[in-house]
Write a protein that binds this ligand. Sequence first.
Ligand code: ADP
Ligand code: ASP
Ligand code: MG
Length: 464
Amino acid sequence: MTVAKFGGTSVATADAIRRLVRIVHQRRDVRVVVVSALAGVTDLLVAMADAAEAGRVQEARESAERIRERHRRLAADLGLPAVAADNIEQVAIGLGRRLDAMAERRDGRLRRWDEVLAVGELLSSRIVASAFGDASGGADWVDARRVMVTDADHTRAQPLMAETRDCLRVRVAPLVAEGRIVVLGGFIGATIDGATTTLGRGGSDYSAAIVGAGLGASTIDIWTDVDGMLTADPRVVAGARLVPNLSFAEASELAYFGAKVLHPSTILPAMAQGIPVRILNSRRPEQPGTRITAAAPAGAGPLRALACKREIAVVHITSTRMLMAHGFLRRVFEVFDHHGTVVDVVTTSEVSVSVTVDDARAIDAIVAELRPFADVTTDAGMALICAVGEQLREQHHLCAEVLDGLGGLPVRMVSQSASRQNLTIVVGGADLTTAMTRLHDRFFPPVAVGGAAAPAGAIAGCGV
Ligand code: ADP
Ligand code: ASP
Ligand code: MG
């Protein structure tokens, strides 16, 4: 049994949803379909919630109307029965009420955010379930909030696996056993008390993995708008190409360090139960995609892929004592912990420690709290590059080659992970594209087909 997740672009238009239905019908093993909000809708909901909170009620209402209209048009394009339209009306009315409440009240702020953010997946999942029509028995919509049980950490909730598994057993497994197709929204869940929660941006992949693990699926398929995990972010490097196989560990590193095609938490539930994850292109379903397993076959080259993240902040912290005193690092990390800020890369010297943070919202407060016991400087607008491949562990010259591949661009930080299958480098934001292109040219040179370098689209499927 396969759990298949379809991302925002794979449900954004009537044609995309028809493709989804075809894919599911053709692959008889797909029994559970997890969907994202239509592409762009969650961004719009975020902007709308911001506007409502700031008292720009008119702007928020106009955005709500745009969302309603977009879903109405989609339902009409699909020729859906009135039930889908009724649901859109109901959800839109609820959204209007929530926006009013956001403008008026400050308490329970993130709880309200989640109620607004959840609207995207509630609407898309209803429409997709209806789009299965009555042919081949249709599909059953299940409210993900009655299945995905989470803690109450609103906007970045974590699943409670045992409770979620119980709910899946009661509400989804019997339908699957009857041979039904079940459709549910990704990204959303609810606390034990029934308060709506969301799993963090891009969290539908994570939902699919949790559902797959909870139901004991044999495969988790992530359908998206690219052929699979590529050798680099295609928005940064022209000519990035397919990576056919990845280990769970490699995929986790790439996802964590910026490969947006996979939410960083997706791999954990799959890995815990050894369930293979595939990344596939819903526009080109005949393509093989990327297969992620515990032990992936070796690739052709020394690295599997590169990942990158922009807008990283680096905090340099120097002990005001001559040498780092016992307990210094603990105090430093307590400050970041206290502000709920995740530290990604850490380097230390005798008297200083430098860390990178992705989410710099609390940076001023963090610096203020560090100042009494350390000298602190920050660099904003930095970029992080992560080279990933299991061969980094054995081939000791590879690290030097990666650094050499930068061709003299200034390097701000370098870190090799304990797993020694990634090398992370921090460069200035303005150097990111050049750095990525140089590294990609060096480690993933164009594959010659018939004597000429193949265009990017034509070489999808080649090994790295
Ligand atoms: P979905 O809506 O299907 O979840 P996302 O936008 O979240 O899709 O992720 C797919 C996008 O991830 C691609 O369109 C691509 O621009 C981006 N991306 C970044 N890094 C990579 C990579 N290494 N391989 C493939 N895609 C990547
Ligand atoms: N719709 C949510 C987002 O845009 C979740 C997802 O797409 O995975 O973040
Ligand atoms: Mg995504």
